[in-house]
Every structure is written in C-alpha cells, then in structure tokens.
Design a binder for this molecule. Structure first.
Ligand code: ADP
Ligand code: F6P
Length: 325
C-alpha cells in the first residue's frame, strides 16, 4: 500500500530508558512497513541523529525484542540538540538520509525536541516512554507499570527483614520530580508512610510521632516510601533512629527500577501507541504526541500536550494514608 504521508520514517528512543520501549519500536517498525513506509533506526536518541548513526530496519530487526527491557536503539541525553544549530543540523541530516518523519519515544524533554524538529519540516510524533508517569497529557507512560511492579517486589522483600528486626525502613523510589511510583507502591505495599514531592510538607517530627505511636500499638515494622523528589533518605534514617530509638535503615532502589522484562500492560500499550504513531505519520500528521486517556489511545498537538498539567490523584493519596492507620 502506498504511503499518503511519509515515505521513510526514523524511530529513536531518548531520555531515560523504560521497559516496553522495545515493544514500541517493534510496533512502529512493523506497522510502518505494513503501511508501505521504509524505516530507519536512529541510534542513541538525538545524539545519534547528530552523529548520523542511522541504520535500515526491517521486520526482522525487531524480532525477539518484545520481552526485553532497555532499548535496542540505545538512548542518550544530548545537550547540542537543545540549541537551534543542533536542531537545524538534525533536520538537515534527516533530509540527507531521506527521512521525512520520526517517531520519538521518550519524555517531555524529548517531545520539546520533537516540536522543534517538526517546525523545521520533519514530521514528528512522540510516544510517552518514561517510568516516571510524569507526562501530563496521558494517564499511562511506557515503563511505569513494570517499574512499579519491580519496586513493589523489592519493597515486599525489605518488609520481611524489616519486620524480623522490628526496624523502620525508608525506601526511596525513582520518579524525578513526580511521586507516582511512590504513591502506587505505598498502596500496593501497604506502607505506613509515603512522602511525595507534590505533598510532603517537611514535617519530620510528625512522622517520628507516628512511628512512636505505631510501635506502642504493636506494629513490628514501619515502612516509609520516599520519592526521589523528596530525597534525603539516608540522613532522614539517621534522624529518625536518633529520635525514636528504633533501628532505621534506608534503601535507595535506584536503576533496578528501570530494567527488566516489561509487564503485559507495558507491552500491550507500547504496541498500541507505537502502531498509532506510525499511522499518524502514514497520514501525514506531524507535531503530535500519542496518549492514553480513559481507555482510549488518542493524540494531541505537542505544544498543547506540553502545556497540560497533572497532579497526583488526591483520592489515592488519601486512601494510601487511611489504609494503614
Ligand atoms: P525526557 O525525554 O525523558 O524528559 P530529557 O529531559 O533528558 O528526558 O530530554 C531528552 C533529550 O531531549 C535531551 O537530552 C535533549 O536532547 C532533548 N531536549 C530536551 N529539551 C529540549 C528542548 N527544549 N529543545 C530541544 N531538545 C530538547
Ligand atoms: O526519568 C527516568 C529516571 O529514572 C528518573 O526517575 C530519574 O530521576 C532519572 O531518570 C535518573 O536518570 P539517570 O539514569 O541519568 O541517572
């Protein structure tokens, strides 16, 4: 079938990697080829574009990757692409390689770059890929579900040892400036306390009082999920131990949350979103971001998407706290 819009598209992953990115790449490549377009893989995000690390892809290039974490195209952060000269050079390199559209799998920063490239005449479509869930236009981002499940399993394990030793445990989860991973873990792990950058007022004395109170009522452990955006887990543990007399340990889960085989949810939505992005380019669309809202795959203008705001769900935050009191 002849393509109405783009003839040759590129696909790249940018920013922090996320489990499910490979499923999205696979869907982009196979949908585009099905729709009569050629596909080129751009390695290492915008950095690879500027270095012209561009490879031809066919349906077999994406065989056996749906279950793999990470991204077969590698990813990077690229300061040069934030400059106007970098973006112009990127557009020139696209033209030189016959690329008239690109699917960009990444977060808000990557979409800003996609918006700039669209304005320079390269049709761009963003697909939300980040474990942080911090993209306002969508209620799902690729990798979040896997990351939450990975963190949840780790926290369950810490809870076992925390109970045995009758300790307090502070577990720091990723999320950059957003508290979604922390909130989900707080509910899924039944944590006594959750500290979110969007809500935490810094009142450590109140936490200390609640720990002492819960110990009086016979609780054997005290699990505090602390979001990366609040941070300070190690020093907080020292202060809590000094104030309560209860042994307190901090664990920073770190990059393990970004790895591993994606869950079915991440494979499923990454596949639908990647396919939709390729279809938008087939139809000549540009400057769009694919999103998931109320059970539907939709798409928005990049500028509108970047102007949207979202906050953690107040009801979930309230319930996270009441279920452990
Ligand atoms: P994420 O996409 O996960 O939000 P970053 O914020 O690190 O991750 O952005 C990824 C890359 O996108 C950056 O390294 C840079 O190359 C590009 N980028 C970010 N902001 C802009 C911008 N304002 N203009 C152009 N490119 C940008
Ligand atoms: O955006 C994903 C993320 O893992 C954040 O949660 C975290 O703040 C950041 O990336 C870590 O980045 P890096 O891999 O560069 O340390």
């Amino acid at each position: 079938m002849a393509a109405k819009g783009c003839k040759t598209i590129g696909v790249l992953t940018s920013g922090g990697d996320a489990p499910g990115m490979n499923a999205a790449i696979r869907a982009v490549v196979r949908t585009a080829i099905h729709e009569g377009m050629k596909v080129k893989g751009i390695m290492r995000g915008y950095a690879g574009l500027l270095e012209e690390e561009i490879v031809d892809m066919d349906t077999t290039s994406v065989s056996d990757i749906i279950s793999r974490g990470g991204t077969i195209l590698y990813t990077a952060r690229c300061a040069e692409f934030v400059t106007e000269e970098g973006q112009k050079r990127g557009a020139e390199i696209c033209r030189k390689n016959g690329i008239d559209g690109i699917v960009i799998i990444g977060g808000d920063g990557s979409f800003r770059g996609a918006g700039k490239l669209s304005a320079l005449g390269i049709n761009c479509v963003g697909v939300p890929g980040t474990i942080d869930l911090d993209i306002a236009c969508t209620d799902y981002t690729i990798g979040f579900d896997t990351a939450v499940n990975t963190a949840m399993e780790a926290i369950d394990k810490i809870r076992d040892t925390s109970t045995s030793h009758e300790r307090c445990s502070i577990i720091e989860v990723m999320g950059r400036r957003a508290g979604y991973i922390a909130l989900w873990c707080a509910i899924a792990n039944g944590a006594e306390e959750v500290l979110l950058p969007e809500r935490y007022d810094g009142d450590e004395q109140a936490i200390i009082n609640r720990i002492i109170e819960s110990r009086k009522h016979g609780k054997k452990h005290y699990i505090i999920i602390n979001a990366e955006g609040v941070g300070q887990s190690q020093s907080m543990a020292q202060r809590i131990e000094a104030a309560t007399g209860i042994e307190t340990r901090a664990t920073i889960l770190g990059h393990m949350q970004r790895g591993g085989s994606p869950t079915a949810t991440d494979r499923y939505y990454a596949s639908l979103m990647g396919a939709r992005a390729a279809e938008i380019l087939r139809d000549g669309g540009s400057n769009r971001v694919v999103a998931h809202n109320h059970g539907q795959i939709v798409d928005y203008d990049i500028r509108e998407a970047l102007a949207m705001k979202k906050d953690i769900p107040e009801d979930a935050f309230r319930i996270a706290q009441l279920l452990v009191r």
